[in-house]
Write a protein that binds this ligand. Sequence first.
Ligand code: HPA
Length: 238
Amino acid sequence: MSTPHIEASADDFAELVLMPGDPLRAKALAEGALSNVRQVNSVRNMLAFTGSWRGHEVSVMGSGMGMPSMSIYAHELFAQFGVQRIVRVGTCGALHAHMALGDLILATAASTDSAMNRQRFQQWDYAPAGDFAMLESVSRHARAAGLTLHAGEVFSTDYFYHPDPDFVAHVSRLGILALDMETAALYALAREHGRRAMTVLTVSDVLPTSQHFSPAERQAAFGNVADLLLTALLEEDQ
Ligand code: HPA
């Protein structure tokens, strides 16, 4: 039961899917955190894997970069493959100087400069929010583990290289914590399909101080907290 972008059987995906942007990060994450890992998609090299974690089935799949790419994959996973929960495990650009490379951001909600949610919502302003129970559980486990975590709003932008030189000043002004390029679309799609989603981001760029992860650091980001995330989402009643 393939879709235009996922060549897999109906039962190849677990109910919980972790989605980094980068398909090679999906591979590294699956191989690092899961056992009995099998590859379930390779169309356009958007690699997807399913394996097991302490007896629970879990899938990991790349989303690609940006809201159109995330929307294609999240739509097909929710609509065709019975996926119940998607967790975006991405990287972000932090908007405030007190944040450090490697800090975690939990996205409670996502503003955006994309037109996608306006098109789906009568041109009104939709407020896409993450699933509270999932965010709360991950927040509690991360704090108990002593990780530096910031919970609040992100801004999902269509531009990595924004043409407005004052863009960062504008978005920081309203207390938004960080920039990504996917969350506003994922959160709206989850609601549209009656499913659940959350985003946890590793700070890979601190925009006010011009600090940046190397490409290798970007690719390794998050691997070390996969166990914590899966404990929070699979070993507690949600
Ligand atoms: N902008 C948008 N998305 C990002 C960034 C950024 O600076 N860093 C990581 N994802």
